[in-house]
Design a protein around this ligand. Sequence first.
Ligand code: NAP
Length: 295
Amino acid sequence: MPAQVISGTEIAKQIREELKEEIAGLKEQHNLVPGLVTVLVGEDPASQVYVGAKEKTSKALGLYSERHDLAADTSEEALLALISRLNNDPKIHGILVQLPLPKHINETRVLYAIDPRKDVDGFHPVNLGKLMIGEPDYLPCTPHGIQQLLVRSGIEIEGAEVVVVGRSNIVGKPIANILLQKKEGANATVTVCHTRTRDISAHTRRADIIIVAAGRPKAITADMVKEGVVVIDVGVNRIGKTAEGKSILVGDVDFEAVKEKARAITPVPGGVGPMTITMLMLNTVKAAKLAAGLI
Ligand code: NAP
């Protein structure tokens, strides 16, 4: 049986439709318009694309959207002053500072300066701590998107052996925590692998679900997985350019070979990617409802 290819594009579209309806309802019933601000420092081309996409999606869903593009030589002090102002602006419910920041700015200091109630990226230690104890306000966007891909594709997570490859603070560690929670859409047994894991295949071969966020093409090959596995490929690797000059993107999984053994698999692009921005919108709506005392 060929693997079910899980379309992040389709699932993200479904969630966006639901959000659009909810946002219209909030305006109609409570005169509440969730507001998202994006802050970009410098001119990194990839960051400009990401911020542009976030702004476009916000507007398409009916959110209030604000964008601050700052020069690459903006001082840390000036950025912190802007964040302080946005923390106190009632129109703004979510603040997103696009990473990476220029080297002269301390990223940690900046992320810690965002009011945790407006931290719709879910990276503030208060929000990560709440996730750890099972009482999250905001889940980090990419891991939340991964959980939604699994749940909405009807994949049984409860009791499953899940192997996460990668232990970053933005993907590996939070997705492991999310799927470990004593909650619906979780309750998995989770193993986390990394570059110091002695025998990765020994773990991946017994996994029911593998989530790969390593940033290495072909980190997972067909001999490393069992028949019937579900594979979520988070990796985005640029491996060259087409004749037209467009980047060629691949994930971390040897897609063509692994899909012959898998029950379900996400493609790259069109898998996890479209979910990340969608979950950012979802967090912004939640932030607005929390601020208005609606939840
Ligand atoms: P990261 O911070 O570079 O972390 C990579 C992790 O993978 C590290 O923990 C590393 O182990 C581990 N690792 C690397 N190679 C490995 C291998 N061959 N075997 C086992 N473990 C290995 O990366 P990240 O920020 O989590 O991102 C991972 C990938 O996901 C990247 O390609 C990134 O572009 C992509 N990504 C996509 C989205 C999206 O929305 N689609 C969002 C975020 C990230 P050590 O800790 O031992 O070094």
